[in-house]
Design a protein around this ligand. Structure first.
Ligand code: URA
Length: 427
């Protein structure tokens, strides 16, 4: 492999130039191996933040990150593989009912997930609220479970795109996360390395999302669909609303309980609607002609959920942990809820102990927030709007602060905003 001078490459990008294929391959490899220093890669990330990467630089950047690690191979499975990725939102527990639902319709769903950092929760933290459930599986265990049950939700091993792991941690501390090319390459390198044949992206937009505006979310969705399609992965994206939080709860065990309600045929209507919309897209991508609403109504999705939890050591019938302390926030006026700020709710759940401030910190299984009214509902002054749950009551005041002003109440009911705002596919 040719060698390059990191300073020259940073200067090229800083001044608006293009990086050659060979330069990108070298840079990513050399950074992963510690030859390019963190401070040099920080400067490069900032240069990319301002100057961007063009389409061919981006494909090469993504491929170079994939090449630093292993690629999984699901070609031995008898079921078609299809995965979902959400860019993250408050109360977004959709993976929990979705993976078993799509598996119950005949697909294999290899859902390699992460832990939460900041105001959005992590899927593994949620499932770890279930007594006995284990996030780490070997590749052989994962393949066997995908063949027999069809759904696996487990920790992504450190072998997938290690360059991304290092670069994401660096971006996190250098204010360079919010770059559409770098987010796209980061997400897609892991999904392509994971080896899924099809992928449905749930790109969130609004107050509680990474991308606050529709146009940024659309650009992110189009960029990721382009990368997936170029890599031969059948990729579709839905842009979905994240101004208000999803469902009625944010917090690990609370979100498991809500997901189980959905699998039992109940649950909040927005969670059901989004789960079914994503399931339909996933099944279409996988070439499976089935109606996921049937699999939900018949209980087949619930059976698959229980099998999936048991296969990873969990007891799906065990009671979920309950917080030692609760408190409430009440409505300040009569009227209709016209807005609920997802960021405020996510921050409150996080402050109650549902999330972590630093990688590796423990989280509370029972902490979080439930809301008893959603956008469009009529409320009366003094009615309970939120219940706060925590094992550590000293956290209550700061959580309440995060909820101050999070709900807007007006005399007239708001117009209903659709949950799925746009669908983006290749070509
Ligand atoms: N999630 C990722 O995996 N990477 C990013 O860069 C942002 C969100």
């Amino acid at each position: 492999m040719s060698t390059f001078d990191a300073v020259d490459l940073i200067r090229t990008k800083r001044d608006g130039g293009r990086l050659t294929d060979e330069a990108i391959d070298w840079l990513i490899r050399a950074y992963t191996d510690g030859v390019v220093a963190d401070e040099q890669m920080s400067a490069m990330a900032m240069a990319i933040f301002f100057r961007g990467l063009d389409g061919s630089e981006l494909s090469r950047w993504t491929n170079a990150m994939i090449a630093t690690g292993e690629r999984m191979d699901f070609s031995s499975l008898s079921r078609p593989t299809v995965d979902k990725h959400s860019t993250g939102g408050v109360g977004d527990k959709i993976t929990l009912p979705l993976a078993p639902l799509v598996a119950a319709c005949g697909a294999a769903v290899p859902q390699l997930s992460g832990r939460g950092l900041g105001h959005t929760g992590g899927t593994l933290d949620k499932l770890e609220a279930i007594p006995g459930w284990r996030a780490s599986l070997s590749n052989a265990e994962m393949l066997a479970q995908l063949e027999s049950i069809g759904a696996v939700i487990c920790a992504a091993g450190s072998g997938l795109a290690p360059a991304d792991k290092k670069l994401y941690a660096l971006r996190d501390v250098t204010a360079t996360v919010e770059s559409i090319p770098m987010i796209s390459a980061s997400i897609m390198s892991k999904k392509i390395a994971e080896g899924t044949a099809s992928l449905v992206l749930d790109v969130k937009t609004g107050a509680g999302a990474f991308m606050k505006t529709h146009s940024d979310s659309k650009a992110l969705a189009e960029t990721m669909v382009g990368i997936g399609t170029d890599a031969g992965v059948n990729t579709v994206a839905l842009i979905t609303d994240m101004d208000a939080p999803l469902g009625r709860s944010a917090g690990n065990g609370l979100e498991v309980a809500e997901s189980v309600e959905v699998l039992a045929g109940g649950g909040p209507s927005d969670v059901v609607e989004l789960t079914l919309a994503l399931a339909r897209e996933m099944l279409a991508c996988a070439g499976i002609d089935a109606d996921p609403a049937d699999a939900l109504a018949s209980g087949r999705a619930m059976d698959t959920w229980k099998a999936m939890i048991r296969a990873q050591g969990g007891d799906p019938e065990a009671p979920l942990p309950v917080a030692r302390h609760t408190d409430v926030v009440t409505a300040e006026a009569d009227g209709y809820v016209t807005g609920m700020n997802a960021m405020g709710v996510g921050l409150a759940a996080w402050r109650l102990g549902a999330g972590r401030a630093k990688q590796g910190e423990p989280v509370q299984a029972a902490a979080g927030v439930t809301w008893h009214a959603a956008v469009g509902d009529a409320v009366r002054k003094g009615q309970t709007l939120f219940t706060l749950h925590t094992d550590t009551p000293e956290r209550m005041d700061r959580a309440k602060e995060a909820l101050q002003g999070a709900v807007t109440i007006a005399d007239a009911a708001p117009q209903r905003r659709p949950l799925v705002l746009e669908r983006i596919s290749a070509g």
